[in-house]
Design a protein around this ligand. Structure first.
Ligand SMILES: NC(=O)c1ccc[n+]([C@@H]2O[C@H](COP(=O)([O-])OP(=O)(O)OC[C@H]3O[C@@H](n4cnc5c(N)ncnc54)[C@H](OP(=O)(O)O)[C@@H]3O)[C@@H](O)[C@H]2O)c1
Length: 308
């Protein structure tokens, strides 16, 4: 078996060691490689277009992340080649930790208590009604469902929105663009877990974010491209939105001059909400390769027509 590993320069040695451990018999090529057109399976992160063109005969290309927006578009990637994304592989637990933290932080008004402490104020705040603190999750895929499950014990009213209909115990679900405005109205904390596709980029603009009630929060843990930054800043500045917790940005690292850095209502983290775990990822990919070699179906195949 021949494998090709391209990690855009990050952690190559660790990936290589994990791969050698799972496939001791395989030849593992690097890129550029004269032999890419002989590759059976490629593992890639942020692959250049030339590499994808060279992989037209591969049995599958595994993306080393859950989102495939860094893979050049379908025009480059031959439609007959399977592109496979990571499904959870240790990311769901991390995402659940991050979002549960964000929800509890906002609901229990920890920012207000930090300010009170700075002012030396001992002032218990009235408890917010939980039944009014609706948490809305955009995207009910692997990660959105894990987040909903992690929030369930806290008994917030949960809403979820997806492209196709979904049934999820304890979550009021809706789907499709036509239902989005009514989904957003009444949501006190919006979690964005949608992939970045031609359908979702710029989805959270001023009009959509204004559907959230005054005092709502945004938590974006999927991709920066989903949000129109200037619209978000305008709504934070006129206090329509109480705050935003952002892990992902249009440009990463976030440019030093970006207004998010020092905005008092923005908390930001450097794209760490759920990182790819090498051991778990290689184990998942190895299991899928074994299934493909045995002629069995696998999950996580990207549908070119939907872009995720
Ligand atoms: N910040 C980080 O560290 C980090 C880490 C991992 C992943 N991510 C991001 O998280 C995203 C979600 O990951 P996942 O594994 O949960 O993906 P997934 O399993 O593919 O789920 C995607 C969800 O989004 C929905 N969706 C897609 N396009 C839509 C549209 N146009 N309208 C409405 N709903 C739409 C899908 O609807 P259906 O259910 O109907 O298909 C599905 O529920 C990734 O694409 C990636 O960008 C970020």
């Amino acid at each position: 078996m021949t494998l090709l590993l391209y990690t855009a320069g990050s952690d190559r040695t660790i990936w290589l060691d994990a791969l050698k451990h799972s496939f001791p018999e395989a030849r593992i090529d690097d890129w550029p490689s004269a032999r890419a057109d002989e590759t059976d399976y490629a593992l890639v992160w942020k692959p250049p277009a030339d590499l994808l063109r060279a992989l037209r005969r591969a049995k599958a290309i595994f993306n080393l992340g859950a989102g495939v927006d860094a893979v050049p578009d379908a025009a480059v990637l031959a439609r007959e080649v399977r592109l496979v994304r990571l499904e959870d592989a240790g990311m769901a637990e991390q995402m659940a930790e991050y979002v549960v933290h964000a929800v509890l932080h906002c609901y229990r008004e920890f920012d207000a208590y930090v300010e009170q402490q700075r002012r030396g104020e001992w002032l218990p705040r009235p408890r917010l009604a939980k039944s009014d603190f609706v948490v809305g999750i955009l995207g009910l895929g692997v990660l959105g469902r894990a987040v909903a499950a992690a929030l369930a014990p806290f008994k917030f009213p949960l809403r979820g929105w997806s492209r196709t209909p979904k049934r999820l115990a304890g979550v009021e679900t809706s789907h499709g663009l036509a239902a989005l405005d009514s989904f957003l109205s009444g949501v006190r904390l919006l979690v964005c877990l949608l992939p970045s596709t031609s359908q979702t980029r710029g989805l959270l603009d001023r009009a959509r974010l204004s559907r959230l009630p005054r005092g709502a929060y945004l938590v974006n843990v999927s991709r920066g491209a989903l949000v129109v930054d200037d619209d978000l800043l305008a709504l934070l500045e006129d206090a329509h939105l109480a705050g935003a917790m952002l892990d992902v940005f249009h440009d990463e690292p976030l440019p030093a001059t970006h207004r998010f850095w020092h905005h008092p209502r923005v908390t930001l983290t450097p794209h760490v909400s759920a990182v790819t775990l090498i051991e778990e990822s290689v184990a998942q990919i190895a299991a899928k390769i074994r299934r493909l070699e045995a002629g069995l179906p696998i999950g996580g195949i990207v549908r070119h027509e939907h872009g995720y």
